[in-house]
Design a protein around this ligand. Structure first.
Ligand code: SF4
Length: 279
């Protein structure tokens, strides 16, 4: 956390205080505390403040020991996710005026706590990496053959899934991830789907071992909480269900067309997806 940044909390004027907010925060420093505990702060808030402004006020004016992540303050970096009154929330995206006079802030659920509101993200980063989230096995082009082109319609096929900011809210809301931390999970699977739908990509088969595994899309029970909490409207639940349809199509195609080459990287992900959708 960069405490040198100018925040709304730095600019508060007592005369402009719209309301006093009671903020209860779960505190825990594994190096010092035997167990987590709650600490309550009184925060003078202005009308336009979001939850992150109140947390910044606490850090800057009341308690320098509070630890949390934030950076952009505009729902782009994805780092300020917290539980606010039990709901996974991007704290820069939640206005104080929409909340009651007392709020409870806790670290995102379903992740180990590193300190106070900071959770460990290592397992998530490994999952993201496991789905190979980049253009894979694209057809090689020489400079003379020109650049890759993509029609607006082709971009539209996956654009929704490019909006993810890796905020982890969907993992915190997911009941399946709560039961099984090895579940690849909503954001990583949505990102895999994004690349599988990209007309330039030929890497669907190299993602299949992870995406179409029991810990991949088949672990999802389609509760849909991930899509409900997503601040960027990515709709990972839809991505996962579409991936299930495509994976089922692949499975049956192997029986129906056993003579077909199944060499990895031979077919456009878009072509395979379209085929599966038509069936
Ligand atoms: S899919 Fe949505 S909720 Fe999940 S990490 Fe991406 S932006 Fe956050």
């Amino acid at each position: 956390m960069n405490s040198e940044k100018v925040t709304a909390a730095d600019q508060v004027e007592p005369s402009k205080t719209a309301r006093m907010l009671e903020v209860e925060i779960l505190r825990y420093d594994p190096d010092q505390d035997e167990a987590p505990y709650y600490q309550v702060y009184q925060v003078p808030c202005q009308e336009e403040w979001v939850v992150l402004d109140a947390v910044n006020y606490i850090k800057d004016k009341l308690d320098r020991t509070l630890s949390y992540r934030w950076s952009c303050h505009m729902a782009v970096c994805g780092s300020c996710g917290m539980m606010v009154n039990g709901e996974p929330t991007l704290s820069c995206h939640a206005f104080i005026r929409d909340l009651p006079d007392r709020i409870k802030i806790e670290p995102l659920e379903n992740f180990p706590v590193a300190r106070d509101l900071i959770v460990e993200m290592d397992s998530f980063v490994e999952k993201l990496s496991s789905v190979k989230p980049y253009i894979n096995a694209a057809i090689e082009k020489t400079p003379e053959e020109g650049t890759y082109t993509q029609l607006p319609q082709q971009l539209q096929d996956f654009q929704l899934y490019t909006q993810c900011i890796n905020c982890l809210l969907c993992y915190s809301a997911c009941p399946q991830f709560a039961l099984n931390e090895d579940f690849v999970g909503p954001a990583a699977l949505a990102l895999a789907h994004r690349y599988n739908l990209d007309s330039r990509d030929r890497g669907r088969s190299v993602r299949e071992d992870v995406v179409a595994s029991n810990l991949g899309v088949w672990e999802c029970s389609f509760v849909g909480a991930c899509s409900e909490v997503c601040p960027k409207h990515v709709d990972p639940a839809a991505a996962i269900q579409q991936s299930k349809i495509a994976a089922t199509g692949d499975y049956f195609m192997r029986f129906l067309t056993p003579w077909k080459k199944t060499t990895k990287g031979q077919k456009s992900s878009k072509e395979i997806h379209d085929e599966a959708s038509k069936r």
